[in-house]
Design a protein around this ligand. Structure first.
Ligand SMILES: Nc1nc2c(ncn2[C@@H]2O[C@H](COP(=O)(O)OP(=O)(O)OP(=O)(O)O)[C@@H](O)[C@H]2O)c(=O)[nH]1
Length: 448
């Protein structure tokens, strides 16, 4: 499954060969913009995303242990994943029951097959699913869906004697809802004598059954036209999500991205073959990884994310300079879970001999850490940067927000004070060392 951006692999190679970071970033950004526009991504969107990447790449510090170039690549990756609908798995769980899904898309997109695939998917998820055959333009569609329904054990509502698709759709939905079905999927026509007639029919069905979700089914191999097709459907019946079919085989799938760009809707599933089980929840990360063609990019991004929570050089500098805030404490708490690098860093500095606070009974550690993290999470930005402002009423609010006893907030603030003092001590000593010059051995300095 290879989507758009084939040229980016070369751009990445060029990027890694380049000596100057900023220049290399600019070059890569230009290439990326071109590729995005070439794949029908809306110009503004392409501009916006590249601007964001550039801004992050030039202002954000890579965590210790991650090279600047790896950092950059992980930023590109993250932003592309966002463009394709976010890094988390798309929400495929119906928000309520019954959940009425209306499929729209052109004939040949694989809509009927997809209706069955989707029904099968939800059936396996444990839902009671019904299918409605509302494609009255192509008479064979009803039989096709009925056969598929039999194959997967999902009932199909249809009536070949009724020509009015709106009537079938609303009757079918009513039928299943009354019987307590939880997910109802409507297959619709993909062709009419005139395009306007098709769109008008979609609009009428939609306003009659009021679906909870309208899914655009789009053929992954159609490329450039996808943008206009998706846009037309979206203007008629607002698209909530997208299923891209036929991503098996040689499809380049450029249409997928264009459809996302035209509708702002995320891709939820992909079709990977003719059989009902050739169907998957879409994972943007998987796709972008392939697109960027950088060996184990997911591994890289994972590593960066993990390291990101630990202390950066700047954090350590801040601590050494006596600048401490709750954000640093947060990182320290998180890293404490993994052996505490701050502690290690401090211990590696000879002659400091500082007793490090946060001496918590290991048994309590896990529990306390999770409470403290919740406490920090419910602080405002001002409070994070300047915990000194936390008075009684703020303290109460924070505890309530974190769902913990106020005692935990107080304790954390006490620990914070200790760390702050330590941070100031470090600063003093560092200054002292500086004054003493190089003639002295660091080890000669005894801790007070
Ligand atoms: N390789 C492959 N073929 C698919 C996929 N999805 C559907 N097809 C095939 O595409 C062809 C058209 O699909 P149909 O399910 O008939 O869909 P349709 O023509 O859009 O349906 P209508 O809109 O009802 O006319 C069929 O031969 C399907 O088997 C897929 O993910 N991969």
């Amino acid at each position: 499954m290879e989507m758009v951006f084939e040229n980016l692999k070369e751009s990445i190679a060029k990027f890694f060969r380049s000596e100057k970071y900023e220049e290399a970033v600019n070059e890569f950004i230009k290439d990326l913009q071109k590729e995005l526009v070439k794949s029908d991504v809306n110009l503004n969107l392409a501009f916006e995303i590249t601007k964001k990447i550039k801004e992050r790449a030039l202002t954000q510090e890579p965590p210790v242990g991650v090279s600047r170039k790896e950092w950059f690549l992980s930023i590109v990756y993250e932003e592309l994943v966002k463009l394709l609908g976010g890094d988390s798995k798309p929400s495929i769980k119906p928000a309520r029951k019954p959940w009425i899904i209306m499929l729209v898309g052109l004939q040949g997109s694989g809509k009927t097959t997809t209706a069955a695939k989707l029904a099968y998917f939800y059936k396996l998820e444990g839902y009671k699913v019904g299918l409605v055959a509302a494609d009255t333009f192509r008479p064979a569609a009803y039989d096709q869906l009925r056969q598929l329904g039999e194959q997967i054990g999902v009932p199909v509502y249809g009536d070949p004697s009724i020509e009015d698709a709106v009537e079938i759709a609303s009757r079918g939905v009513k039928y299943f809802v009354e019987k307590g079905f939880e997910v109802v999927i409507i297959d619709t026509a993909g062709r009419h004598h005139k395009e306007e007639d098709l769109l008008e029919e979609m609009r009428l069905i939609s306003s009659s059954v009021k679906p909870d979700e309208i899914i655009l089914v789009i053929d992954g191999s159609i490329g450039q036209q996808a943008y206009n097709i998706a846009k037309k459907f979206h203007e008629t019946t607002p698209i909530g999500s997208i299923i891209v079919t036929k991503l098996d085989g040689t499809a380049k799938g450029g249409g997928a991205l264009s459809a996302v760009a035209a509708t702002g809707a995320p891709i939820k599933f992909v079709g990977l073959g003719e059989k009902v089980e050739d169907f998957e929840v879409f994972k943007p990360s998987k796709l972008v990884g392939r697109v960027l063609g950088y060996g184990d990019i997911e591994g890289l991004v994972e590593r960066v994310k993990r390291i990101q929570l630990e202390l950066t050089e700047k954090d350590v500098e801040d601590i050494m300079e006596g600048r401490l805030n709750m954000r640093l404490v947060y990182k320290q708490l998180v890293s404490l879970r993994k052996m505490g690098p701050l502690r290690k860093i401090l211990q590696m500095i000879p002659g400091l001999g500082v007793k490090i606070p946060f001496e918590v009974d290991p048994k309590d550690l896990e529990l306390k850490l999770s409470k403290w993290l919740a406490v920090i999470n419910s602080m405002t930005y001002d409070e994070l940067d300047n915990p000194e402002i936390i008075d009684k009423s703020r303290l109460k609010r924070i505890a309530r927000g974190a769902g913990v006893d106020a005692e935990y907030v107080r304790e954390l603030l006490k620990q914070y004070d200790l760390l702050k003092k330590l941070s100031k001590q470090l600063k003093k000593r560092k200054d002292l060392l500086k004054k003493l010059g190089e003639g002295f051995n660091v080890q000669d300095l005894q801790a007070p």
